[in-house]
Design a protein around this ligand. Structure first.
Ligand code: 13P
Ligand code: SF4
Length: 295
């Protein structure tokens, strides 16, 4: 066991996809962009990141002086392994006037080779502000295509990765859910496939979906993202009804981050996130550029 942690010394951050009990125990719940901003703004010496490993890694890169803990080190986003350093080097050699845009769901090594990192909440804005004409967007081909559709002045090259949970959302599944809830508005995460995004009233990040539902006059919504998001949707929109497009729209890795796992961190059983400084320094530049361009 490592050293125990005083509750007052720690900022507990949780993503919308972790179990409801963990969201309730956190100081702040958000999407990956808001969580990175909160980590950076905190004056606490410790961050406990209830999410998948790339999120804790990004917090550590942005806040190298803090101790960042993951309750479950093997809670890992499979998409984070779907972009390679070799592909980036190949594209840099092959295409002039190229910006390498790396989705935050990626390894620190890949971020270190990026011109800029993006999240689903800021990708369109950040890419629109890049001076380069050519954009290599990795790893998520679905988010990449969503961004490209809004920026016709740029030329895009895509990676081949996608989320194994959002990426399999089908028109058939959405139509079946709409048959049960014919009046519901479809809100989709940008990691969903093109044909599902095309049917949606809103496409964006988890926080964007929640914001849309809050300001909308509609009373019923079909939600194409991880079911953990329903907790915050119901909390922020009392009286409105939310239905998942499928009941097993679940990220198994996010669900590994249980309340007992969080409690073990306070008792000294967490995993300290470490990123080698020669990689962290380069990845930090790409993350900080995102924060600047997203403003
Ligand atoms: P957000 O950026 O919306 O938090 O999404 C992260 C993610 O992993 C979606 O699958
Ligand atoms: Fe990764 Fe998909 Fe899980 Fe998000 S929902 S953390 S992209 S596997």
């Amino acid at each position: 066991m490592g050293q125990s942690i005083d509750r007052g010394d720690a900022l507990v951050l949780a993503h919308y996809y972790v179990p409801d009990a963990v969201q309730a125990a956190a100081d702040f719940v958000g999407d990956s962009f808001a969580l990175a901003q909160r980590a950076l703004a905190s004056d606490k010496p410790v961050i406990i990141f209830c999410g998948v490993s790339f999120m804790g890694e990004s917090a550590k890169i942005l806040c190298p002086q803090k101790r960042v803990y993951l309750p479950v080190p093997d809670a890992h986003c499979p998409m984070a392994d779907m972009a390679s350093e070799e592909e980036i080097l190949h594209m840099r050699a092959a295409v002039d006037d190229l910006a390498v845009v790396v989705y935050v769901n990626s390894s620190a090594r890949v971020k270190a080779l990026a011109d800029v990192v993006v999240t689903s909440a800021n990708a369109v804005r950040v890419v629109s502000r890049l001076p380069q004409k050519n954009i290599y967007f990795i790893p998520d081909k679905n988010l990449g295509a969503h961004v490209a559709a809004q920026l016709p002045e740029k030329r895009f090259y895509f990676g081949s990765g996608c989320c194994p949970i959002h990426g399999v959302t089908s028109v058939r599944e959405v139509r079946a859910a709409l048959a049960y809830h014919p009046g519901a508005l479809l809100l989709s995460h940008a990691e969903c496939p093109e044909e599902v995004r095309a049917m949606s009233a809103f496409v964006g990040s988890t926080a964007g979906m929640i914001g849309y539902a809050q300001q909308s006059d509609a009373q019923e919504f079909l939600i194409a993202t991880e079911t953990g998001t329903l907790c915050e949707l119901s909390r922020r929109c009392p009286g409105k009804k939310f239905y998942p497009t499928r009941t097993d729209f679940i990220c198994a890795d996010m669900k590994k981050v249980t309340l007992p796992a969080l409690e073990r961190v306070f008792a000294g059983g967490g995993t300290l996130v470490e990123v080698e400084e020669h990689i962290a320094a380069k990845a930090r530049r790409a993350l900080q550029r995102m924060l600047e361009l997203a403003q």
